[in-house]
Design a protein around this ligand. Structure first.
Ligand code: AHR
Length: 500
């Protein structure tokens, strides 16, 4: 099969915000404990953080990290996680039926963030708590000194304010599973009140209001309209969350990026509708602060912990093992985020270590890269500058939910200052290689190279016993003639073409 792609470097869609390459660390399963933090591990540093994990997080190239939840945050008392460690309480975590030891709290996590070089994005509890507790956390985190809370932070070991600028106003408040789940009307009022109060402390904060926890929620669309009607003047972003899995129809799964495109475009339309109704000049952007592949059904059936006397510490939860096919879909989700870089200006891959994660660890043992690690690391490293508008001519295939879907999806980026260019492509065909010719609108690339993720076994994965089974391979089919590149994309594959 053949396809043709044309990119236009003269009319870029938007500059790429580095915050698109954020991730998420929730106190859930083995994400923190026995994940980033394992004091008795041979690679642990003096603060108990695994050095091998720190190195992998740096290699992944993560900008912001959303913390500490997720569903966890909706029952979280932030005060439990600061102050002398030996005095911190053990608490039930109702969201994940676990015990939270509070051994790692704000101070420890922020120390870890400086080791990996990422920015903190904090979520406040608007489930079981409200405006006052959010204000207290803000004062504790961001006020230099002179009040009980700010002086307590200095006493706790962090004299400088944390200076957190990005704040999520709760988590998935549309979901009946969420502690403190509310109607759009009730949540919108609470979020507006909290945002106003937080801005009274610092008008420059960047505030995210909860959108729907997925586009398939029965309240999707109306939730966004009502919540934004209450909060439009107070917030900067509305959140989107989306998880995809193969329900047994791989052709459909491979088209997940189409769903993400439509989801983003629907939320933009709704936000702009509220803008029009209000006659506002302000534009609300999207924080896609949870996205990934997640085999949700597998987790529900096999792993759910039960029993009112059974609250394990750091149980193995949501430890999905990702295949090559998963990573190809994952790469197409990154393409979807980039294509909408004009409005999606922040995103968080959910999550980072052990829990639906690109990085896995074994207690006392190794740390390794899942298949999804590779598209994220490559895109974060090389999608620099601006996203270019592209058009693709290729064959399509039929799907049950999304109708006719192009076999190839792609995006391109170009940095006029540094001169680097990158093209990201997926081939959704399960049977055919596709030869793609690429016209970059006059750009001539210096020594372009290509790397592809594919395998004769699309279900191949990296595991504890075979951690390097899948990796990116050089794609030697790439050629350049004048301003046209040509490359062959194997079936079910994700590819990066890159040149400095
Ligand atoms: O990322 C796992 C969970 O997915 C988060 O806690 C929640 O916000 C979402 O439902």
């Amino acid at each position: 099969l053949r396809a043709h792609l044309t990119a236009n470097p003269r009319t870029p869609i938007a500059p790429i915000n580095r915050r698109l390459f954020g991730t998420f660390v929730e106190h859930l399963g083995r994400s923190v404990y026995d994940g980033i933090y394992e004091p008795h591990h041979p690679s642990a540093d003096p603060e108990g953080f695994r050095r091998d994990v720190i190195e992998l997080v740096k290699e992944l190239g993560v900008s912001t990290i959303r913390y500490p939840g997720g569903n966890f945050v909706s029952g979280f008392r932030w005060e439990d996680s600061v102050g002398p460690r030996e005095q911190r309480p053990q608490r039930l975590d109702l969201a994940w039926h676990s015990t939270e030891t509070n051994e790692v709290g704000l101070l420890e996590f922020s120390n870890w963030l400086s080791k990996v070089g990422s920015e903190l994005m904090l979520a406040v509890n608007l489930g079981t708590r409200g405006t006052q507790e959010a204000l207290d956390l803000l004062e504790y985190s961001n006020l230099r000194s002179g009040t009980t809370l700010s002086d307590q932070r200095a006493h706790d070991g962090h004299p400088e304010p944390y200076g957190v600028s990005m704040w999520c106003l709760g988590n998935e408040m549309d979901g009946p599973w969420q502690l403190g789940h509310r109607s759009a009307d009730d949540y919108g009022k609470l979020a507006a009140q909290t945002a106003r109060a937080m801005r009274a402390f610092d008008p420059s904060l960047e505030l995210m209001v909860c959108g729907s926890s997925s586009a398939s929620m029965p309240t999707f669309g109306e939730w966004e309209r009502v919540v934004l009607t209450h909060t439009y003047d107070e917030v900067d972003y509305i959140s989107c969350h989306a998880y995809y899995e193969d329900h047994g129809d791989t052709a459909e799964f491979l088209a997940s990026g189409v769903d993400m495109d439509r989801f983003i475009e629907s939320v933009i339309a709704t936000a702009d509708h509220v803008k029009a109704v209000r006659g506002s000049t302000k534009t609300i952007n999207i924080s896609f602060d949870e996205w990934n592949i997640w085999y949700n059904e597998r987790f529900e059936k096999v792993d759910k912990i039960q029993g009112s006397q059974n609250w394990p510490v750091a149980p193995r939860l949501l430890e999905d093992v990702y295949t090559v096919t998963d990573a190809v879909v994952f790469g197409s989700l990154l393409i979807s985020l980039l294509k909408h870089a004009d409005r999606v200006t922040s995103a968080s891959l959910a999550q980072l270590v052990n829990v639906i994660a690109p990085i896995m660890t074994e207690p006392g043992g190794g740390a390794w890269r899942q298949t999804t690690f590779f598209p994220f690391a490559a895109t974060s490293a090389h999608a620099i500058g601006s996203v270019l508008p592209i058009s693709i001519e290729c064959e399509t295939y039929d799907t049950r939910t999304f109708g006719s879907v192009p076999l190839v999806d792609a995006t391109a980026t170009h940095d006029t200052e540094g001169g680097s260019t990158a093209v990201y492509l997926v081939n959704r065909s399960q049977t055919d290689a596709i030869e793609v010719s690429i016209d970059l609108g006059g750009l001539v690339l210096r020594s372009p190279s290509a790397r592809t993720l594919s395998d004769t076994d699309p279900l191949a994965a990296n595991t504890l016993t075979d951690p390097n089974r899948v990796t990116l391979q050089a794609n030697s089919s790439l050629t350049q003639s004048h301003t046209t590149l040509t490359i062959v994309l194997p079936p079910i594959s994700w590819t990066e073409i890159h040149a400095h």
